[in-house]
Design a protein around this ligand. Sequence first.
Ligand code: DON
Length: 583
Amino acid sequence: MLGLALLLAACTPAEPPQAGLDETAQSRPPIVFPDTWRFSADDAPVTAERAMVVSTDIYASELGARIMQEGGNAVDAAIAVSFALAVVKPNAGNIGGGGFMVVRMADGTTAALDYREKAPLEATRDMFLDDRGELTGKSMLGHLAVGVPGSVMGLWEAHRRFGTLPWADLVEPAAELADGFEVHEGFRRDIANKESDLRLYETTAATFLPGGRIVDIGETFAQPELAATLRRIRDRGADGFYRGETADLIVAEMERGQGLISHRDLEAYTAAWRDPIEFTYRGFTVLSMPPSSSGGTTMAEMANMVETYDLAEMPWHSTQMIHLLAESWRRSYADRNAYLADSDFIDVPLERLTAKAYAVARAADITDRATPSADVGPGLEPPREGDHTTHLSIVDASGNAVAVTTTLNLSFGSKVTVAGAGFLLNNEMDDFTAKPGTPNFFGLVQGEDNGVEPGKRMLSAMTPTIVSRPDGTLFFVTGSPGGGRIITTVFQTIVNVVDYGMNVAQAVNAPRVHHQHLPDQIMYERGALTPTVLAELEARGHVMVERVEDGGLSGNVQAIMVMPDGTLQAASDPRGRGAAIGW
Ligand code: DON
């Protein structure tokens, strides 16, 4: 058990919120959330002088802070935190899934690492359709839903390029957590929320419901098989997962459940360094994830459209503001769903989609009325033929910044635990277009280019993002889960700090809205909009749908703001149970 109290004591609650954008913020009216909204605009960010970790679990954040105190950099901390989340946040943290890392080093080096899962080599385009061509549901549950995991290779590759502490020192703390940690409310709740799903597979039930019951707060939860797996990874690096005993156990699990992943798949898996998507938004530089995530590209397109309007002149969460956001999102997601896919397989028109001039043309038909999505096709000519992810943001004492979003896709992924190895496998195959024209779990109606092909990565919406100020200094690190809602969630945090001068806690606490082209509706968190704004948006022709899932909430942002004097402020989304820890 780690020395929590010590590090928690090192976090000082901030003075009343200060805005991120200093001078301009002084003249702004204070941010007021609707009376109906459950979180406060007055929460103080967590502050720290030198380094900060914000993740979805306190043990993981605490470990990351300790790694940096011991001399590790932000990438070292991100690796340790990622492994720890696989133990203490098993519905999303993982070694059996995949993710993305965006890095901005203090020396100006930037990088994006794609460790998204790949379709197994035996996968076929119609593998999720039955004889009548109907969807079977097997892209979501069980062994066929599993993509070849990328997380261990990604973390290994990140360490190879940027790591400074020994690999073993970053993996062993997670193994120690797997030896046993004290259950807290967040962990108990994650298990309780999915108890019936966790009973679907015997090994999963045995792992997460020991003795057939939900572990109580204060009890020690041990995962000995996972601890052994992590120690193989500690000792052999990526080979401790992709070859040898762990690989044998994965392949045996696949054979047991008629899954497709073979030794060949595991041995062939590679993570890929890619050029980050880089764009400016009102002079700020935004670095985010390129394909196989749609996040950075789609966010660039919406930002370019919104930038042509003076958003700050529109009161925050006014009818005009929400209407403009929704119309830009509708158009950006129409393009996302049509053009974006794994760029190793498909020629994705990234430059055209992210060009400022394209956004101006794309926004030209935005009026005061909602444009029906049926009238909004993909924008490029000629048209082509046919909760549960986890984010962590880290800034170290040298000013290196890392944003990681990683996932098993749905909560606890495919629900399949590798027998003998103690970890869950993803159900990322559902992010492919299983059947063109039909929505996936997140309601995204995606295109042919994102169809299943052997070795291809399924399109993601994960958007780990790092923003710097017009003068080039590091400003903001952000990201979230939420499936298709991730891109708009991340963009709203940027709009909140850049256009509305919110501090990081306000930007994270603020209510959220979403539009993804199809279904043609604005989703809003419960209580997010005043009755007047709702009525006015309806009068403009928008279909307004209050979110019911997840208690009416959407996303789980973990964000850090670097203040002009270099101190750090952070907020872990009150929608979740994460923690910001710094020193
Ligand atoms: O990569 C994606 O876009 C999805 N697999 C993310 C899933 C997710 O965020 C689930 N959490 N709510």
